[in-house]
Design a binder for this molecule. Structure first.
Ligand SMILES: [Zn+2]
Length: 305
């Protein structure tokens, strides 16, 4: 398989930094997920044990309207109050439209969604939440009060800078601060084996060179090889195909977020960023093809204005 364009993109150190930093968020998410699942389940069970109203099913198929949940049944109103009571930050907007209130009684992830950023309503399956969703949950739900909020917010801040970087380029200096923020955060979970593994994988990812080179014309069958210039080559890095897949996943996340914002209440800044990402995808033939459906949506948004 030919990867000329990927090859060119990976010649750019700061783009490579962007890619590696994004990959770290995915590693973090995978490490956090089992712990959060277990912790939220216990928290949910606790809520049910201490409050008989919460154990009764919703009686009128309550649904949030926009971002508001008003006129809900007694049971859902009780859930709403309990969720607010366990919010670590009182003045923040709760995204009720993330939730299906009748499921609060039976699904701990449905309760978790109330502490997440907007746009989680469509998420199907607990393992589909991204790093931002999990980090915000830890930041806002007081069942995670043992985690130092400063460490969480530092990672959230870096995550936002990364995902909102118009050029998708990160400087070496930024990467250093990012690594420190991740390290401090991971240290908060020293008792979680999956997080210890994630910490190790993050270090390995940040040490990777991720360069692709031509092995030479004498071996035309081998196409390109990924050079992994570090002492600790992880076994799970194998091919340009894999790097290409990471890149696509990260771009997908970025696009989803921007398209959601554009659909909701397009700010000039979001529209501008969407245009830039679209320009970048179009300038790279391989990405333009891969994201042709998304590019069509972006174009239709442009003509709608
Ligand atoms: Zn209800």
């Amino acid at each position: 398989m030919v990867h000329e364009e990927l090859l060119l993109r990976l010649n750019d150190r700061e783009y490579k930094n962007w890619l590696k930093a994004g990959r770290c968020l995915l590693i973090l998410k995978n490490g956090l997920h089992p712990f959060i699942n277990q912790h939220m389940r216990a928290f949910h069970g606790d809520l049910l044990n201490h409050n008989t109203v919460l154990r009764r099913p919703c009686r009128s198929s309550c649904r949030p309207r926009g971002n508001k949940l008003s006129g809900a049944c007694v049971e859902c109103t009780e859930w709403k109050e309990v969720i607010l009571k366990h919010h670590r930050q009182r003045d923040v907007t709760v995204n009720w439209d993330n939730c299906v209130p009748p499921s609060w009684r039976t699904d701990h992830w449905e309760v978790a969604k109330a502490y997440m950023p907007r746009g989680q309503g469509k998420v199907k399956g607990a393992d589909q939440f991204d790093a931002s969703a999990l980090l915000n949950l830890i930041n806002y739900c007081d069942c995670f009060k043992l985690v130092d909020p400063k460490c969480v917010r530092e990672v959230i801040r870096h995550r936002n800078e990364l995902m909102h970087s118009c050029e998708m380029h990160m400087k070496d200096e930024w990467m250093k601060h990012y690594q420190i923020a991740l390290k401090h955060f991971v240290q908060q979970f020293s008792h979680v084996p999956q997080m210890a593994t994630a910490g190790q994988e993050i270090d390995e990812m940040l040490a990777l060179n991720l360069s692709i080179y031509f092995p030479g014309l004498d071996r035309p069958d081998s196409a390109y090889t990924v050079a992994l210039a570090c002492d600790c080559v992880p076994h799970w890095v194998t091919s340009p195909d894999l790097i290409s897949q990471w890149e696509a996943e990260l771009l997908q996340e970025r696009l989803q977020e921007l398209l959601y914002a554009a659909d909701d209440d397009a700010k000039t800044q979001d529209t501008e960023q969407l245009k830039r990402v679209a320009g970048f995808l179009q300038a790279n033939r391989d990405l333009g093809e891969r994201f042709s459906a998304e590019l069509q949506v972006i174009n239709s948004l442009e003509t709608r204005k």
